[in-house]
Design a protein around this ligand. Structure first.
Ligand code: HEC
Length: 463
């Protein structure tokens, strides 16, 4: 229990009394100078006395609450001195009114004007302390805000993140802007509440007076994370007096700490969990999904010689993946029933370019997979419906960019699956209408994060 704070918290309530009394006193004083209201003069000294007494009580309560955490020091000090001046001026005016001090009536009018001015300033500064800067015109029409110099809606910190995730440094571009907007008012070199300065990576890691501000790898033992995730009503909740951090911001900070709280890790190098990338997209239109291989790499130019070659390869449909690069999407012409070994060999001449290859139902001889495994830039390969068994697919493990492999309706089993799990880049594997077991598929999904599509049929068979 803290009696000082207990009474101090009544300060915002009590301050309305001196404001009311002193305004009334000024009104009476002004009106009493008109002939028809001159009997009001008698009330001025009483109203002033009530005003001065309630001003003194307000100042005392104010001083009790001033020790409470987190007020802006400069504004607080101004508010305090203007408040004290109000006490002095109103008490002085009262002494004048009851005749103890003697001054001319012109000067009395002047003092009243100064009193009302100081009273308004004290009130306004008090409002700024509790509600923050610009609260007065927060809901005002635009033109009034402009006159008052209040800035418009603040840009959310993460909305300034550069568009290309490759160039985003997680700490500088994403964590820092959050701290800057939400924490810096109280945690800079000049304020340093709790001994904590959040203006640079070094001072953040140095921490404040208390527990480790950041424990790399462990959000839950990091004081900073604890403070932003406490219940909002908790004494220690941060940011004090500001809007709580958004869920996306909290998730981002948690992930950054979990990943080691590094100063220079880049967004693209980091494995962002799905829920976070969805949040970043939803709230800030930051797209962190990895770019496909053909957008990251560059294929050599398709010169005239190669273009002629493409023309001559009539067994295939060959098209450029996009106008901007020289990677190729290759499928087999409609009127070709089965490819000969020679025709498959032809593909090797374009091995630096082919990244998608669709050979569905067109292979006769499974040993062609040896040649196909030399197409080292393949990212998508469709071998569905071909006579392929476990020992043939081993060759495919040389394909180090392969992301999607379709082996639907082949003779592949759990054994073949095992050798395919060696392809580190593999993301999706289609194996319905094969002898792959559900358990082996689940295993692969769990251990390697490969999405294995076993399909509807198998699900029924296994049940
Ligand atoms: C309005 C002022 C204010 C704002 C804004 C603010 N803080 Fe604080 N902060 C304080 C005060 C005062 C203390 C010291 C009292 C305490 O420990 O609660 C403090 C203490 C802390 C501490 C404990 C330091 C230590 O080692 O003891 C951490 C961590 C902290 N703040 C983090 C933050 C974060 C993160 C933000 C922004 C999301 C933030 N604060 C925003 C006023 C503020």
């Amino acid at each position: 229990m803290d009696l000082g704070l207990f009474f101090g918290r009544f300060h915002p309530l009590v301050v309305h009394l001196p404001i009311g009394f002193l305004l009334l006193a000024a009104l009476f004083e002004g009106a009493s100078r008109l002939k028809q209201f001159n009997q009001l003069k008698a009330a001025v000294s009483w109203t002033l006395l009530l005003g001065a007494i309630s001003a003194i009580v307000s100042v005392i309560f104010g001083l009790l609450i001033a020790g409470d955490r987190g007020y802006d020091d400069d504004v607080l000090s101004l508010h305090k001195w203007f408040g004290i001046s109000v006490v002095v001026l109103s008490a002085g005016l009262w002494l004048i009114e009851i005749g103890i001090l003697k001054v001319s009536s012109k000067i009395i009018g002047g003092i009243f004007i100064v009193l009302i001015l100081f009273l308004s300033l004290t009130g306004h500064l008090g409002g700024t302390l509790t509600h923050g800067e610009g609260y007065l015109v927060e809901h005002a029409p635009g033109f009034i805000k402009k006159i008052a110099g209040a800035s418009g809606k603040k840009l959310a910190p993460l909305d300034k993140v550069p568009g290309n995730p490759d160039s985003v440094v997680v700490f500088t571009d994403m964590i820092m802007p959050i701290l800057e907007t939400k924490c810096m008012p109280c945690h800079s070199e000049t304020q340093a509440k709790g001994g904590l300065v959040l203006t640079t990576y070094e001072t953040l890691m140095e921490g404040g007076d208390g527990n480790a501000t950041i424990s790399p790898g462990k959000p839950l033992s990091s004081e900073l994370f604890r403070r932003i995730t406490l219940p909002v009503s908790h004494q220690k909740f941060m940011p004090l007096k500001e809007q709580p951090l958004a869920f996306t911001e909290v998730s981002l900070i948690a992930w950054w700490i979990e990943e080691g709280a590094k100063a220079d890790s880049r967004l693209s190098q980091s494995e962002i969990p799905d829920h976070l990338s969805e949040l970043l997209m939803r709230d800030h239109k930051i797209d962190v999904t990895p770019k496909p291989y053909y957008e990251q790499a560059t294929a050599p130019e398709l010169n005239q010689e190669k273009n002629q070659l493409i023309e001559s390869m009539t067994a295939f449909n060959i098209r450029k993946l996009s106008a901007k690069n020289n990677f190729l999407d290759v499928s087999v012409s409609q009127d070709v029933k089965k490819l000969t070994g020679q025709e498959v060999e032809q593909l090797l001449q374009l091995k630096d370019h082919i990244t998608w290859l669709d050979l569905k139902d067109k292979l006769d001889d499974p040993s062609s997979l040896e040649s196909i495994s030399e197409l080292s830039h393949l990212t998508r390969l469709n071998l569905a419906g071909n006579p392929i068994a476990d020992d043939h697919v081993a060759a495919l493990s040389d394909l180090k960019y392969l992301e999607s492999l379709n082996l639907v309706a082949t003779s592949i089993t759990d054994v073949g699956l095992e050798s395919l799990s060696q392809i580190a880049s593999l993301k999706r594997l289609y194996v319905w209408q094969t002898d792959v077991s559900r358990d082996a598929a689940n295993e692969l999904m769990k251990n390697k994060g490969i999405e294995v599509v076993v399909g509807y049929q198998l699900a029924i068979e296994n049940n």
